[in-house]
Design a protein around this ligand. Structure first.
Ligand code: NDP
Length: 232
């Protein structure tokens, strides 16, 4: 099969870095967004042996101008698959300690960032061969799975993301775009922490399988990394 062109946000470490690694391993082309120079340097090491299939771009998903510059670079060619992965944990505090500025920052990255990136890259997706857009969300943003409270910023930002993706599914259906929400599992990254049971490799392998199998009827749905439907 001809290689596809993937765009990934938050590629400097964790799940995003692993997406880049696995896609390069299987021969695909990757445009990776990184927020800092340190992130760029980390990703540079993957450039060896991939024959120019990795391009690294500056991207802060919470910054309008940065997303515009990113889109200018990426839109030189069609985009086959977009993976909105960038995210922040926010402060995990109880009701009395909620830092409202932190909640706003967390929303800006987790909820508004993916929307902004999708909107900016839409012309590229419409020229692409698959029109799939994956959003890395979390079961923490599932209303029916929440039985323990806390983590206001993170939970509320992911719920907002989930609604945004359901909306995109309705708005973009006529254009054949398939947006889908993915829960990666509890993954051993900076965000997931050292006790998380799942190595990034297994989570990403599972999510890539789900993305590979996506069809029009999956638009706007919420799956975990093993392809099981997650309750809203
Ligand atoms: P990490 O904290 O390890 O990595 C987060 C990534 O997002 C980094 O590359 C970081 O870049 C990037 N990022 C943060 N803010 C921005 C921004 N404003 N613009 C662009 N990039 C940004 O997290 P994970 O890899 O674990 O998480 C990836 C996704 O998976 C997130 O959306 C998260 O919510 C979700 N998730 C993770 C779970 C887990 O158990 N790990 C569970 C459920 C969901 P930088 O290095 O520059 O900070």
């Amino acid at each position: 099969m001809k290689s596809m062109r993937y765009v990934i946000t938050g590629a400097s470490r964790g799940i995003g870095y692993e997406f880049v690694q696995q896609l390069l391993e299987r021969g695909d082309i990757v445009d990776a967004g990184v927020r800092t120079e340190e992130g760029r340097r980390r990703l540079e090491s993957l450039k060896h042996d991939c024959a120019g299939r990795l391009r690294i771009h500056a991207l802060d998903v919470a910054d309008e101008a940065s997303v515009r510059d990113f889109a200018d670079e990426v839109l030189r060619e069609p985009v086959d698959v977009l993976i909105n992965n960038a995210g922040v944990p926010g402060l995990w505090c109880a009701l009395t300690d909620v830092d409202y500025a932190d909640v706003v920052r967390t929303f800006a990255v987790n909820a508004l960032g993916p929307l902004r990136v999708t909107s900016a890259l839409l012309p590229g997706l419409l020229r692409g061969r698959s029109r799939k857009v994956a959003y890395v969300t979390s079961r923490m943003g599932s209303l029916s799975s929440n039985s323990d409270g806390g983590a206001y910023a993170y939970r509320m930002s992911k719920v907002a993301l989930n609604m945004g993706v359901r909306n995109l599914s309705n708005d973009l259906r006529a254009q054949g775009i398939v947006p889908v929400l993915l829960h990666p599992g509890w993954v051993r990254t900076d965000m997931g922490g050292p006790d998380a049971p799942l190595p990034p490799r297994d989570s990403v392998r599972g999510m890539l399988n789900v993305i590979d199998e996506l069809r029009a009827e999956h638009s706007g749905r919420f799956f975990d990394y093993q392809g099981a439907e997650v309750p809203w």
